[in-house]
Design a protein around this ligand. Sequence first.
Ligand code: NDP
Length: 453
Amino acid sequence: MHDVTQSILDHVVKTDPHQPEFIQAVTSFLSSIDNLVDDLPQIVYHKVLDRLVEPERVIMFRVPWIDDDGQLQINRGYRIQMNSSIGPYKGGLRFHPSVNLSILKFLAFEQTFKNSLTGLAMGGGKGGSDFNPKGKSDNEVMRFCQSLMTELSRHIGEDTDIPAGDIGVGGREIGYMFGQYKRLTNRSVGVLTGKGPSYGGSYIRPEATGYGLVYLSAAILEAKGKSLDGKTCLVSGSGNVAQFTVEKLLHMGAKPVSLSDSTGVLLDPSGIDAKKLAYVKTLKNVRRGRIAEYAQQFPEATYIPHNGGSDSNPLWDVKADYAFPCATQNEINAKDAKNLIANGIKLVGEGANMPTTLEADAIFKEAGILHAPGKASNAGGVAVSGLEMAQNSQKLQWTPQQVDQQLQQIMKNIFASVSNAAEKYSTKDNYVDGANIAGFLKVSEAMIAQGYV
Ligand code: NDP
């Protein structure tokens, strides 16, 4: 590593030794930027990298709420306002028991470059809570969301910081938080995205991350003279991103054969068709059930219990053409990466943020796997959030076709800028480097232009 990037990494490790996910995200980013340092001395002179790894602001607060038994519960809430150089902070809220500063800082860091890649004026942010919505009643979730927003409302605004959803935060949670924001401020503005279409939400926002992932993957394949048609695809997760990834894969003629959740893996070699996908949507979104039930409903499928305890995930040890990790960070380790390659995988398109470990990244690179990193391939979600902000400012609602068309164009533009940056500054088809570099160059220029803030 270059002296400059190494000293930034050393500083991060020394300052935040207990933040492994943040250190991992910074390490991956700095190794892509390494080659640029000598060519762009202004980055060093203006200490752009030193500033990038330090959030502009971190807000941490208590979230008290009353459960259905009348007991007071306390959770911790966060908002990381990472970088506002190209626009107001923008990024989702995650509700999951694993949430901590390290995970949210890694997500906010990634978000800064992802938002830059969309070409829209959005800075990077992320937030959430260690609250676990699983097993909670709607009323408990509502009381929690209202309490969280009571504090968060002081720090956000339609031109300041605009949160959205992420793991554990879907339409239900966004609705409760938006209602509370309006009640507290007496203002009906686009302060959150991912709202329902009846109260200011954009059509295609729920679909956008999964659809965008498939659009970008199709663009990569097209550039290689390949397509998704008739290809067997592995998909992990069974939430928002996984469901709409499967849906768009079906539109494109591919054959998705897997799903998962935090307790197990579902393999359906006969393919997850539209009817089975509709079952999954009701199971997960309405009944809030477990993916294991799929195998009871459709006996041709197999359910394998898996909670991350073993050294590899059976989901990644299945013969297929392309893999789409859509659950969570570090869900593909070195062993999984080797298994995927042995099973003939040619493309890994990341729906989740940082689903591959640094070791897995290196294995894919070495094997020449087409690897679309999350900050490029899952940017469709935040891109349509940006379009929702534009519609809210105009007090207009665009049709689903208009939004989908813009999403497709944005994903094509992202592919072009990522592959151009890879070819110019790194190696052809190294989309991991290309995404880091293309996202960074714009942020860096904006930071330098605005002085030392
Ligand atoms: P959801 O909460 O809708 O679904 C998450 C899915 O991943 C669930 O199936 C969940 O299983 C599974 N999962 C979560 N944590 C773990 C874990 N530790 N181990 C195994 N499985 C796990 O979230 P999303 O679909 O919205 O998000 C999925 C990924 O996509 C995340 O990395 C997120 O940051 C990223 N992303 C999401 C965007 C969006 O627009 N929603 C935008 C860009 C990226 P279970 O039901 O058991 O919890």
